[in-house]
Design a protein around this ligand. Sequence first.
Ligand code: SF4
Length: 153
Amino acid sequence: MKTHKLRFECTGCGGCCTGRGNARLEYFVAVTPAERERIRAYLGISPAWFRRRYLMRYWDGQHSLRWKDDRCVFLDGDKRCRIYPVRPVQCRTYPFWPELVESKIAWRAEARRCEGINRGGIVPPARVRLTLKRQERAVRQSFLPDRSRSRKR
Ligand code: SF4
């Protein structure tokens, strides 16, 4: 799909944070070591508590925010993000993810979930490309262990 025709305007509907199934095959929220530490500090909880309650680590080492009852664990009852100021790059770059931008079918399907897709003005292609790069970098870094843990090794 060409990146010069994409329109998006966030309405804060929370559609990107819910309704995707519970398994990683459906969805995950990649978090880098720096993002994990920022979220943990924002919540003011211990690393162990943060890992246990809010984090998932998959068999291949990738880290994701926990997904519970078909929604991100940080989405509150009013469909607001409880960690909005420190939300991960994956959330900030939505919907400009490779799997959505590279397929017209996927983009159209996502538009049924999110009312902000195909709304508002066209997003400048340079911004879309930059966003895609940020997202890809964040996903790569989400495989890295916590900084505190890697220092101990
Ligand atoms: S961290 Fe916030 S913005 Fe990201 S998926 Fe969870 S609720 Fe949504």
